[in-house]
Design a binder for this molecule. Sequence first.
Ligand code: CDP
Length: 257
Amino acid sequence: MTLLIQDEYPEKLFRDDGKRLDGRDPFELRPIKMEVDVIKNADGSAYIEWGNNKIFASVYGPREVHPHHLAKPDRGILRVFYRMATFSVFDRKRPAPGRREKEISMIISDCLEPVLFLELYPGTSFEIFIEVVDADGGTRCASTTVAALALADAGVPMRSLVTSCAVGKIGGQLVTDLSGIEDKAGEADLPTAITWFNDELSLLQFDGQISQSELEKCLDMAKDALDKIYSMQLDALKRKYIKIQEDAENQGGATEE
Ligand code: CDP
């Protein structure tokens, strides 16, 4: 029997054929699947599979703020709750939200807030609940991307969507979209997010060491990746409305007969 030990990282993060350990080229994204309207009891929802990450987001609002003292008389508030399931990682994760989850919730909220018209919803809240059921690196980026999709699915007015993806450096090479093992064993990880209405980065974190010219190259790589993921988000939203239209046409046909 082979025992997997979480803290054992491979010595090399590239194979002899130049590909990454999961077979990707340096600038290649992991496979990404997205779907909206997946949770009946939410005002809006979305699901993403991004490599081995599996994440749900549910949106509620605008609605009354609980606890009341958090309400703001002149604007609405956005509350984000990012949680990782106990079974989502190799080591059992303690069920209570830790410091990391609170930090990531805050980051996601900061990424999304610029696209919302919170000033139009005084005294109310929008809440986003994010559940990571399987985690393998880049969950803050996948969560931001799927949360933006859930907001759009809820019909919340938005200036634009928000898209997020990490870039970084592993084994001496710049790469796009680090997996869990690459995140841990690599030299640098830069999660980024963009608000499309003004083309501005609403997230740029940095963990590790790279040169200034590598940073510039990383930002170009991030822009390419963000463009690709954005079109997947738009496709996921379009699919919902195409299905509604097809269902309506089929029902119309059934009535005419
Ligand atoms: O997920 P993200 O890259 O945004 O955040 P991170 O804090 O850099 O975590 C990287 C990865 O470490 C996560 O995606 C998980 O796969 C893993 N992790 C874990 O195994 N156990 C935890 N308690 C937290 C994270």
